[in-house]
Design a protein around this ligand. Structure first.
Ligand code: ARG
Length: 592
């Protein structure tokens, strides 16, 4: 099923071809976009203004000529506005046709991509025995939503949790494991126990700098393959993975692979040698570095920085003077592996904006090596507390995902208690879990990922506004209506035995249909620039349109044909909410 703007664009392009003939490039497609203001129509095109100059035509005159050629299109009333805009007001009849088609369509009008990609999404990626901080929370939620949407669009998606399992932190952890670790606590709460150990050693090191040397010695022993240290290291990773799996499963998030940094250890030395041999890297003060190759203008060059009006080199170090490899080296090896073994043509990294320079350098080194693809750094800003400072616990610690989830569920349980005191305890708990976790996810996904956002418990759990509870509650309401009304015509339509004529007469009815029809445009658009917030905003608008439709347009107390037509709108609303929220990774409930 084509979306409305695609369908209109096709006819507009035909008209253009008839009007301009060979002057129009073969693969040209007229742009058709949503109108910002419904007074002018549903969609518009500025194509006449774009092409007028080359065609040596007056833009308004060209627009009018196109409109004349579109005289009998069935989708919309077409009109001319301003300096040459073509406006399309979609007819109620067309929306009715679309609603009927959507009712038969499992994908609810969302087209599959024409060119499916092999896409690796790198997200979450916390570090072993280090706290999973708010940056990892954002990455985890955004990355999962993108993976779900991309899969639904027809791409082959591979999710890979590139955990930090080979860092200098292991020096401290190994020393701590041998000297401080509480084995009882480790059994009970492994992730926390490792974390506490890491923090304790860190603190001791500040007090006694000599200890740093002991930690370094442990790290060197690990790196040179010491059996005891290797086995402790393995154990740390296992324990961390178990703990993480628990968190992910509560979040309903799953990874196809867990290829952490250590997986690439063997590949690092040959990689550096290859870069040296090809002249891409060179030695500088004992380290091996990649410098700018001068292809970009200085302001776009990730290997240059402006200091006091002068451009100075910031090379990517890929091997330190002491022989150690770095984060960048691992990322180059990781990218190679994904292209070679996964046959990836696209790799998206959902990582905080603070790593912008790192990824620009990585992608640029790949360009120097002749490796190309759709490589994206899907960056995001930070989470702030209500005081607009980085979100921390009361004692200044970073906030872990586990704590945030527990707190959200606790608070959601209070809301459920108030709203549905008579619900059985077990169901209450399940509702609180879905509402609490949904609230965290929706609060994240409704933000423009690049801006910092304020973490506000009251707002995210509110039953009004753009929140998960509001949307979950809207879904419950739609479903309740459908259950209450026992309509044989509607039942027959659901089972495919009958067809319902859709009637759109009321303004709010029409508006609900208009939004439902847009679902098929919004879902693909979220992937253009990796912005799940477009989908979140859309779902909120849809839920609001549903509520105002339901206030103005009685379902139960209307005549038979209106009733079944309105029931179809209810059913489409519930399906779009279910599919749309599902693409964001948020669960819906039948009751709450
Ligand atoms: N472990 C890293 C961190 O916590 C994130 C890794 C992101 N993925 C990557 N391929 N670099 O900052």
């Amino acid at each position: 099923m084509m979306t409305l703007p695609e369908q209109i664009a096709e006819k507009l392009t035909d008209a253009l071809r008839a009007e301009l003939g060979k002057a129009l490039p073969v693969d040209f497609c007229a742009p058709v976009t949503v109108s910002q203001d419904l007074r002018y129509g549903d969609y518009q095109s500025n194509v006449a203004m774009v092409l007028a100059k080359n065609a040596r035509r007056n833009p308004r005159e060209l627009a009018q000529a196109l409109i004349n050629r579109l005289a009998d299109i069935s989708e919309a009333e077409v009109s001319l506005a301003g300096p040459g805009f073509i406006n399309f007001r979609v007819t109620a009849k067309e929306y009715a046709v679309r609603m009927a088609a959507m009712f038969e369509d499992e994908r609810l009008g969302v087209p599959l991509v024409k060119h499916p990609k092999k896409l690796v999404i790198d997200f979450s990626a916390p570090n072993v025995a280090k706290p999973m901080h708010v940056g990892h929370i954002r990455s985890t939620i955004i990355g999962d939503a993108l993976a779900r949407i991309a899969r639904f669009m027809g791409h082959t998606v591979i999710t890979d949790n590139h955990i930090g399992d080979w860092g200098t932190q292991f020096g401290m952890i190994l020393w701590g494991w041998k000297n401080l670790l509480d084995q009882q606590e480790l059994k009970r709460r492994p992730i926390e126990a490792l974390l506490t150990t890491y923090k304790d050693v860190n603190r001791h090191c500040k007090e006694q700098p000599a200890l740093l040397e002991a930690c370094k010695a442990e790290l060197v022993r690990l790196q040179s393959g010491d059996v005891e240290n290797l086995s402790i290291w393995k154990r740390c990773i296992e324990l961390t993975k178990c703990g993480l799996e628990e968190i992910y499963s509560r979040l309903d998030i799953h990874f196809d692979y867990w290829l952490g940094e250590s997986f690439y250890n063997e590949a690092l030395q040959p990689l550096v040698e290859d870069l040296l041999a090809r002249g891409i890297a060179r030695e500088s003060e004992g380290a091996i570095c990649v410098f700018s190759d001068g292809v970009h203008a200085p302001k776009d060059d990730p290997f240059l920085v402006n200091k006091d009006g002068e451009w100075q080199p910031v090379p990517a170090i890929i091997r330190k003077a002491d022989g150690g490899f770095l984060y960048a080296t691992t990322d180059l090896a990781t990218l190679d592996y994904r292209i070679r073994e996964f046959q990836a043509d696209s790799i998206w990294y959902v990582v905080g904006a603070t790593q912008e320079k790192h990824f620009k350098q990585i992608f640029d080194i790949e360009r120097m090596r002749g490796v190309t693809g759709d490589f994206r750094h899907v960056a995001f800003g930070s989470i702030l507390g209500k005081d607009r400072r980085p979100f921390k616990t009361r004692d200044g610690e970073t906030v872990g995902l586990q704590e945030v989830m527990d707190e959200a569920v606790r608070r959601a349980a209070r809301v459920v208690d108030e709203k549905s005191p008579d619900m059985p305890a077990e169901e209450k708990a399940a509702v609180a879990e879905a509402v609490g976790i949904g609230a965290i996810k929706f609060a994240e996904l409704s933000q423009n990922r690049l801006s910092d956002y304020i973490f506000d418990w009251d707002k995210m759990l509110s039953l009004t506004g753009d929140t998960a509870p509001y949307l979950q509650n809207s879904y419950v309401r739609v479903r309740a209506i459908e259950r209450k009304i026992n309509d044989p015509v509607f039942a027959a339509a659901l089972s495919g035995a009958a067809r319902i004529r859709i009637i759109l007469t009321e303004e709010r009815e029409l508006h609900l249909a208009r939004l439902l029809a847009r679902f098929g445009e919004v879902v693909p658009a979220t992937l253009d620039d990796c912005r799940p917030n477009l989908l979140a905003a859309y779902l909120y608008e849809l839920a609001r349109a549903f509520h105002s439709f339901y206030e103005a347009c009685p379902v139960l107390r209307s005549d038979l044909s209106t009733r079944s037509s309105r029931l179809v709108l209810c059913e489409l609303t519930s399906r779009v909410l279910r599919l749309g929220m599902g693409l964001l990774g948020i669960r819906l409930l039948e009751r709450m």
